[in-house]
Each structure stands twice: as C-alpha cells, then as structure tokens.
Design a protein around this ligand. Structure first.
Ligand code: PLP
Length: 601
C-alpha cells in the first residue's frame, strides 16, 4: 500500500486544477474538483495500484478488465465527458450529450493540469490539444462540446495560458458569442464532390433544351433539408424557420418552402410584396428592415407581418405607420468584443442591432409606447461551420431574456441563420442535429425553474435550406491556352457574384466527365470586361473543350439573387426539378427588351 504517495499525487493535481478554476472564476468547482478521489472506494484502489508513473485506474483495469475506482469516479464528477454519456438520439443509442459550459471548461483545465503533471518540465502549451486529438475517449464527446474544447485548447496552443484563461473568464463563461475556428479540414478529392442531383447526360439534355446559362433547383433536396430542420428542432416551442428572402427571392421556391412550414424574413417593400403574392401572411412574415425607407414601412402597413426593430430610434417611425400592436421583435448584439474566427469584432463597427445594455435601458420607454411583449433576435455570423455558434448565441439570448423577463414578457428567441454549407470537397456538412440538441441543453440549463416559461424558438436559415440544392448550368464557349488555360463560359459573375465578391469557392463538375481522375488547372471565366470575372481560378478539371456543359454547385442561395446586368449580361432563367423528373420554369431568362424596359430614349 502506498497511501501517502497516492495522496500526494492526487492532491498536487487537485491544487493545480483549483488554481486554474479560481483564475477563471469557478470557485465552487475549484474547491470540489475530484473530491470523490478521497472516498474509501477510490482511495483503496489508488493506494493498492500506486506506482507514481502510471494511473492506478489503468492498472486496476488491466487486472479486472474494468476499474471500480473509475466507475465510482466518473459517476460523481461532472467535468468528465463520461458523466454525460446516456441513451439518446432518434434511435436511442448510447451517446455523449452536450456538457454545460462550466463543466466543459473544468474538463479543459483538468486536462491542462494532467498534461503538466505527466510531462513535467517537457510540458508545452500544445500538449493538451495533441492529447485530445490523439485520445480515443474524445470520440464519445458530443460534437458541440468537442468543438468548444478544441477551440479552447487550440487557443492555448497558439496564444498561451495567460490569454486563454483570460478568454475563458471573460468570453466563454460569459457566453459572449465567440467563434474560434475548428480544426482545419483536409482538402478533399475534387472528383468526389462531382456528382450532383442530375446525371451528366440529363444535364446535357437539359442544357440543349433550355439554352444556357440557367439555374436549376432540386425540389427533393429542399424538402428533405426542410424536414431535417423541423426534426432537429421538434422539441422547441412553436419552432419555425423564417427563410431570408434575399437568399432566393423566387416565387416558385418561396411557395415550395411555405408548403413545408417555413416562414420568411423580409427587409424591403419589394420582398414584402413578393411574399404576399406567394401567400405568406401574419405570423409567417418577419419584417426586419435595417435603415428602412418610408416606402418599406408603408408597405408593411399593407402586408400583415411581425415587425422587428434593428434600432430603438426606429420606434417612432414604426409607431407612426401603426406597425406595433403590443409586441415587437428587437435585434440585439453583445456589448463587448466578440470573435469571428481569429479576428475580434467590436460591436461598435456592426451596423446591425441594438446593444443589450441599450435595450435594457429602453424597456420603460418601450412600455410607454404600448409594447407589452417582445422577441429577441441576433445574427452574428454568416456562413459559419462552428457547431458551437448556435448554442453560444442561444446562451447569450437566454441570459438577456431572463434578465428582461422581470420587466416585460418575452415571447420568443430567434437565433437567426448563418449556418454554412460544405462548399469545398472533403468539407464536413455541419451536424445540425447536434447543434440543435446543444441549443436544447442551453434552454434547459438556463430556463428550467426560471420565470421565463418556454419561449418560442425561431431560426432564419437560408443558405442551409436551399444552398446545396441549386446549380448554375453553363456551357464552355471558348478555350484559350497560354501559360494558364482559360475556359470561357456563357455564365459570368453577373450570374454568380460570390467568387468575385468574396473569393468564394463553388465546386464545378463537367457533365459526362464526373469523377474523372486525370485533371489539369483551368481559370473558368465569364465574358464581363473585368479581369476579376472568374468563377474559379486554377481549378483542377477534366480536359475541357468548347461545348462542354458545366454545373456550378451550391448556388441555391445567394446565387441568382445577387445577379446584375453589368456588361449587358442578362439574368438567367430559373427552373425547378420535381421529384418525378419534370422540370418547371420558375423565372424566364431576361430578354434585351427587359434590359431596355426602364430606359428613357
Ligand atoms: C441574410 C440573413 C440571414 C441568414 O442567411 P443565411 O442564408 O442563413 O446565411 C438571416 N437573417 C437575416 C435577417 C438575414 O438578412
């Protein structure tokens, strides 16, 4: 028996973790950390198998096949991911559930302390991250918890302990929205992303029949994603996704979305009128203009909708138009700095939203204006793949809602959109079900037993719903071989602006040459007189020739809608592929007469 040696080891570890816990403000957890190690069950095993260099639990496990001390320990210490393993999910399998933030933080601190003890003077700030990446137990960790742990340990590796502890104390535990990038994803094989919802032959036939370029949407994909979304949030009270009209303002798509339970978010008079004609009304429309013109507000008088204020200064203008009937949504942003990836963003530079503190101060004024209840909105990131984005934002909004609910009724929380899609080969689609279950955990953690009973939950996902289910189909017009090879196509940045505007990646496949391994680099370029008019640069594609039909993927959102007529390019038509194979025109291609129709000669 080596009771004394074992006692010293566990106490050394406990004091280290306690020090870290105190530094981030987790006093109670610091005091209670690993207390069960001093219980008879665990002490006995620790003393019996003590060597000083190896874990006693591991040695007991070697002898018995399992460790009685560990089974005792993991059931009593919430900073272990094993504490959070239980049955769950749709098929009721054993799985890791999301850990509340304070225990996730304690887990990180526990690992840092353990690495420090094991590695002694060879310890570096990178060790805890390496340990996590190489360890098997983290496979059982809930994806959102894992993303949060990776975020903290990546920061430790890159910025050191002092800054990481400060970040945990000031940002992570305060639930400010912070997005540190997840582990970099490996670049995938482009051939693997080639297949699209129509075969190469079908695409070629359609291109011959309709004339290129055109947008084609896949009804089956849009419906499946809609169902998946509803399923993920089925636990939430009055859940609804409000599709941002700017993503795909096409009547045929909006009507399809309405049939599958989506509402819409409109920001202008034109979008309101479009949605009214698609049959949306009342609580199916969120009206969230920023810096609105009078015409926008006047249209909202005609189209029943749920108004949302982007600034408290808009209150009187909304009142003048009779838009506020006792309830209103407010778009909020945090008071302090928050992060997008590695860059810190100051709320001062953000044109959207009201700071949380300004909103708190304005409650009496809102009540005076007859507001009896409100919904809270926030939209912090676009196209994010961080699974912790939604839970973090939910925590921020729940904290604020709880505080406000002492003075005013809170009807709903709207965590908005901005979830990204896998544009690149090999990129992982974000696990929406996991993010939604983490949002649920935050709701339970924050609201159970509170005065705020079951507020509604809304999202505003656009790209996630239609993005992957649309392609821009175009034809190669001319190949120019120089040091680089340019493949000219009949679509351009006027049809799809994202590559030119943000250097965005859109995958390109060649009809009939999908999955071909032998490739060479091309610049795929349009006919607009700008050298930046490139849909792809240095893209590895199968050998191209004039006449080839290309599908430009993931163009179902923020694609056609961002089109313009620069250089006399006319906007292309849009079509919907029904599950039975029929193709329906949703919008005809523009003609030269359309181009001229607004001009005065
Ligand atoms: C653009 C926008 C979104 C999000 O759009 P995604 O397509 O999900 O990126 C959500 N809400 C509002 C009000 C928006 O303007």
């Amino acid at each position: 028996m080596h009771l004394l040696g074992h006692f010293k080891t566990i106490t050394h570890h406990k004091l280290l973790v306690m020090g870290y816990c105190f530094r981030v403000g987790l006093i109670r957890q610091g005091l209670m950390h690993d207390m069960s190690k001093y219980s008879l069950t665990e002490l006995r095993v620790g003393a019996k198998y003590y060597t000083g260099t190896k874990s006693p639990n591991a040695l007991e496990r070697e002898e018995l096949g399992y460790s009685t001390a560990w089974l005792h320990h993991k059931g009593r210490n919430r900073h272990h991911l094993e504490y959070w393993i239980d049955y769950g999910g749709r098929d009721f399998h054993i799985m890791g559930h999301p850990m509340p933030t304070k225990y996730m933080v304690e887990l990180c601190l526990d690992r840092i302390a353990a690495c420090r003890v094991y590695h002694g003077k060879n310890y570096t700030d990178r060790d805890p991250l390496d340990y996590l990446v190489n360890s098997r137990d983290s496979r059982m960790m809930h994806p959102v918890t894992k993303a949060q742990v990776v975020e903290i340990l990546t920061m430790l590796a890159e910025k050191g302990e002092k800054e990481t502890l400060r970040y945990i104390r000031r940002v992570v535990l305060k639930h400010a929205v912070a997005l540190y990038p997840s582990l970099p994803e490996p670049e995938g094989d482009p051939a693997e992303k080639d297949p699209c919802f129509l075969s190469g032959n079908q695409l070629k036939e359609l291109a011959d029949e309709l004339g290129t370029p055109f947008y084609l949407y896949d009804e089956k994909g849009i419906v499946e994603t809609s169902e998946r979304l509803k399923d993920a949030f089925s636990w939430a009270n009055g859940y609804r996704n409000f599709f941002p009209v700017k993503a795909t303002p096409t009547a045929g798509i909006l009507k399809l979305l309405r049939e599958h339970g989506h509402g819409v978010v409109c920001s202008s008079a034109a979008e309101l009128e479009l949605c009214r004609r698609c049959g949306f009304k009342g609580d199916e429309i969120l009206f969230l203009p920023n810096y609105p013109r009078e015409e926008d507000l006047a249209m909202a008088e005609q189209v029943p909708c749920m108004p949302v204020l982007d600034d408290l200064g808009l209150l009187s203008r909304f009142l003048n138009h009779g838009l506020l009937r006792g309830t209103v949504g407010i778009r909020v942003k945090p008071d302090g700095m928050f992060r997008f990836g590695l860059t810190e963003v100051s709320p001062d530079s953000m044109k959207f939203g009201v700071t949380a503190s300004a909103l708190k101060a304005a409650i009496p004024k809102l009540k005076e204006a007859g507001i009896r209840s409100m919904g809270l909105h926030s939209y912090m990131a676009g196209n994010t793949m961080s699974p912790e984005y939604y839970p973090r934002l939910t925590a921020f909004l729940c904290d604020l809602a709880l505080e406000l609910s002492r003075d005013i009724q809170i009807d709903y929380i709207n965590i908005s959109g901005g979830i990204g899609i896998a544009y690149r080969p090999g990129q992982q689609q974000m696990d929406l079900a996991a993010a939604a279950s983490a949002v649920k955990a935050v709701f339970q953690e924050k609201l159970t037993g509170s005065t705020l009973v079951n507020p509604g939950l809304y999202t505003e996902l656009g790209r996630f719903v239609t993005g992957p289910h649309g392609v821009l189909v175009t034809r190669v017009t001319h190949i120019k071989e120089e040091k680089r090879t340019f493949a000219g196509v009949d679509a351009s940045s006027a049809d799809l602006m994202r590559p030119m505007m943000y250097g965005a990646y859109h995958h390109i496949s060649v009809a009939g040459k999908e999955c071909v391994k032998d490739r060479k680099p091309y610049d795929v370029v349009g006919a607009v007189c700008e050298n930046t008019d490139k849909l792809a640069e240095n893209r590895m594609l199968p050998a191209l020739e004039a006449g080839d039909v290309l599908a430009i993927h993931d163009a179902g959102a923020h694609g056609h809608s961002m089109g313009y007529q620069y250089g006399g390019r006319l906007r292309s038509g849009e079509y919907l592929l029904h599950p039975n194979g029929e193709v329906q025109q949703l919008r005809r291609p523009e003609t030269i007469e359309d181009y001229l129709s607004t001009q005065v000669f």
